[in-house]
Design a protein around this ligand. Structure first.
Ligand SMILES: NC(=O)c1ccc[n+]([C@@H]2O[C@H](COP(=O)([O-])OP(=O)(O)OC[C@H]3O[C@@H](n4cnc5c(N)ncnc54)[C@H](O)[C@@H]3O)[C@@H](O)[C@H]2O)c1
Length: 370
């Protein structure tokens, strides 16, 4: 198959969908890979490395889209790319269709086959192509939080791990899923006094087994949260209710119960945030202060560490990319239920019901096309 790797052009997006290592694997499997010039620069991979791996470098994005049977990307296509996508072309990337009507309409009109990273789903209902970015964001939440706890950045001036004779900082993690677990691990590793809350007792049992002794597991409810925020120095929001807006576990009124210089990192901001006062911020301007409490609410945290994020993402996507290239999308999706769940649009038809429902567009079950 002819695989095309365009450079990401969305603002501040430095990730790339294939590393030179990924290109090597595709070439080994007998495929041809075209890479747009400088596609990997933002993640630290130059054109020479892609060439050595066996790819051909093309100077423009138009040439990559024109020649490829499968386009592998990171972010959803932006408007200038819509017209480059051809009928029957397979596009494998994050789409997040349900939040973007013009994109959905453009992809329907393109008559391409759109396979979305975010809806590839395993039997246990986990989302293998979302997990790596949650891992990155969870770990980063502590790195950022520790930083903003420094006095010159508005924080209380407390060192996360303390020192001999001085107690460490208290970290509260709301939500014990992927983000929360990674955050708790990082904070514990730095020596903080960590509490992690979740509404799932089985999950708390599991966390209590695997996390070190400086992490306490506590049931999430409004009483326990109200108590814990009074003494917490860093609070990480990591709650997710699939398909719904995050619940506001910390309200505006609760800020007055916190110590001045407390830092809130609301990772769940992309789902509306679990702290009422959070609103999305950017890496250029990541924080704001309300009632003396520092809010960090960057909606695309992994974007700041493109090297790690690219490797983490491509570790997860490459096996699917190879399968799609080896078998073609039709056979691959007939044989593999995980990939089949990723199909959102096929040749002008929406085959993923929540996307059709989001915009009152017509829906046609995926089985009709397999
Ligand atoms: N800002 C970013 O850059 C970024 C990056 C990656 C992920 N995220 C977001 O982070 C959030 C968490 O993602 P995840 O992968 O960890 O999800 P996950 O599904 O693995 O975990 C969510 C956890 O929240 C728990 N939960 C639900 N309601 C709760 C409540 N009331 N109190 C306490 N816990 C509750 C669930 O039981 C679950 O364990 C999502 O909104 C995700 O989109 C943001």
């Amino acid at each position: 198959m002819i695989v095309g790797l365009p450079k990401e052009i969305k603002n501040n997006e430095n990730r790339v969908a294939l590393t030179p290592g990924g290109v090597t694997e595709l070439i080994k499997n007998g495929h041809t890979v075209y890479v747009q010039a400088s596609a990997g620069n933002g993640s630290g991979f130059n054109d020479e490395e892609y060439k050595s791996a066996g790819a051909t470098i093309l100077p423009t994005i138009e040439e990559v889209y024109a020649i490829a049977e499968m386009i592998v990307k990171v972010k959803e296509p932006i408007e200038s790319e819509y017209k480059l996508i051809k009928p029957n072309q397979l596009v494998f990337t994050y789409f997040h269709f349900a939040s973007h009507e013009p994109l959905t309409k453009a992809m329907v009109e393109s008559k391409a086959v759109c396979l979305a990273y975010e809806t590839v789903e395993k039997k246990d209902r986990s989302l293998p192509l979302l997990v790596p970015m949650s891992e990155v964001a969870g770990r980063m939440a502590i790195q950022k939080g520790a930083n903003y706890l420094e006095k010159p950045l508005g924080g209380r001036g407390i060192l996360l791990g303390g020192v001999a004779g001085v107690a460490p900082a208290k970290v509260l993690v709301l939500g014990g899923g992927i983000v929360g677990t990674e955050a708790a691990k990082m904070a514990a590793g730095l020596g903080a006094d960590v509490t992690i809350m979740d509404i799932s007792l089985p999950r708390l049992r599991y966390l209590s087994d695997i996390l070190p002794a400086n992490v306490k597991t506590v049931m999430s409810n409004s009483y326990n949260i109200a108590q814990a925020i009074k003494s917490s120095n860093l609070i990480v929001g990591a709650v997710l209710i699939p398909g719904a807006k995050a619940p506001h576990l910390i309200t505006r009124a609760m800020l007055k119960d916190m110590q001045p210089g407390t830092v809130l990192v609301d990772v769940a901001v992309d789902q509306g945030g679990c702290i009422e006062t959070c609103k999305p911020t950017t890496h250029e301007n990541p924080t704001f202060v309300i009632d003396g409490v520092v809010h960090y609410c960057v909606a695309n945290m992994p974007g700041a560490v493109p090297y790690t994020s690219t490797l983490a993402l491509t570790n997860a996507t490459l096996p699917y990319v190879i399968k799609l290239a080896n078998q073609g999308w039709l056979t691959a999706c007939q044989n593999d239920e995980e990939l089949r769940k990723g199909l959102n649009v096929i040749n002008g038809n929406i085959v993923y019901k929540p996307v059709a429902d989001a915009f009152n567009m017509s829906y046609s079950p995926v089985e009709n096309y397999l």
